[in-house]
Design a protein around this ligand. Structure first.
Ligand code: 13P
Length: 305
């Protein structure tokens, strides 16, 4: 069922688990991911990055595909513009049927980040959409951006949540986007997660840069209070590695079979992440809102048990 970020993450925060947020850029990835979520009976969030949509498939193609798959799935499925940082992209998400946006003002001075995030939060809520803000910048791993010690201040997080009215806050706790240099596993500041959870009164918290962060770290981060784990690079790698190994073994492989192998590989990879974050079985906590789940985002709000 096509639903909204706020409903999914409020349920995750109330029941102490995290939902995987990931990026299907084509039909094979989307099918594999929806199958994984369905078989694990887990809610899921689909992220579409603004640069990804500029480089490759556009929302005009992606969102109808996800909505169609969501008609057949009984698990809650939300869509989110990832790292939106300008009016043009936010309006693009509005026009194209996303159920939420992540506004990234993390590189702005705090007051400006608060003011812009609040303006977008007001707009999103008027239209029944959810919004995630970011406080404390999550950088890029290969740039050495997983700097220890640059963590979100829990007091600032409380102020940010209060002033902006966001539905979820992404914080900096030691992870970074993309692949880490070989052999590096990030040091995650679990105390910072716990302190931000307390200071914000239990607000849903997002962890960006999930890929390569280590299974134990992810499980501990969820225990500390993370409710949304963004994992993109590892899903792309699972697809690429599968294609390489299949084509190495059989360079003339039937193309449809090859695509089905990709679908299976992403499904398997996602199932592992769903298990790590405790979201398996949690779709049972959401009431189905109609038979086939053809919903507007507004209809689903408040439909949790
Ligand atoms: P990874 O690609 O490192 O998993 O990060 C994804 C992310 O945080 C998207 O916002």
């Amino acid at each position: 069922m096509y639903t909204d970020l706020k409903t999914i993450l409020a349920n995750a925060a109330a029941n102490h688990y995290a939902v995987i947020a990931t990026s299907p850029i084509n039909l094979e990835m989307a099918r594999g991911m929806v199958l994984a979520a369905s078989e694990k009976n887990a809610p899921i969030i689909f992220l579409f990055g603004q640069n990804m949509m500029r480089r490759h498939a556009k929302a005009e193609l992606l969102i109808p595909m996800i909505k169609k798959l969501a008609e057949y799935a009984t698990v809650p499925i939300a869509t989110c513009l990832d790292h939106g940082n300008d009016d043009e992209r936010v309006m693009y998400a509005f026009r194209n049927g996303f159920t939420s946006i992540m506004y990234d003002g993390s590189l702005l001075p705090m007051e400006e980040n608060i003011a812009k995030t609040k303006a977008y939060a007001d707009l999103c809520h008027q239209f029944g959409m959810g919004i995630e803000g970011e406080l404390g910048h999550v950088g890029i791993a290969m740039n050495g951006d997983d700097k220890k010690g640059i963590y979100t201040d829990p007091k600032d997080a409380a102020n940010f949540v209060k002033q902006t009215g966001v539905d979820c806050i992404a914080i900096a706790v030691g992870t970074a986007h993309g692949d880490y240099p070989a052999g590096i596993i990030p040091h995650i500041n679990f105390d910072c997660i716990k302190a931000c959870k307390d200071s914000t009164g239990g607000m849903p918290i997002a962890l960006h840069g999930g890929s390569g962060s280590g299974d134990e770290n992810i499980m501990k981060a969820v225990e500390a209070g993370i409710n949304k784990v963004n994992v993109v690079t590892d899903m792309f790698s699972a697809c690429r590695n599968e294609l390489i190994s299949q084509l190495k073994a059989n360079p003339k492989m039937d193309y449809i079979q090859l695509m089905m192998e990709e679908e299976n590989a992403v499904k398997k990879a996602l199932e592992h992440w769903i298990d790590l974050t405790g979201s398996a079985g949690k779709a049972a906590l959401f009431k189905p809102v109609n038979k086939i789940g053809l919903l507007t985002s507004k209809c689903a709000i408040g439909q949790t048990e």
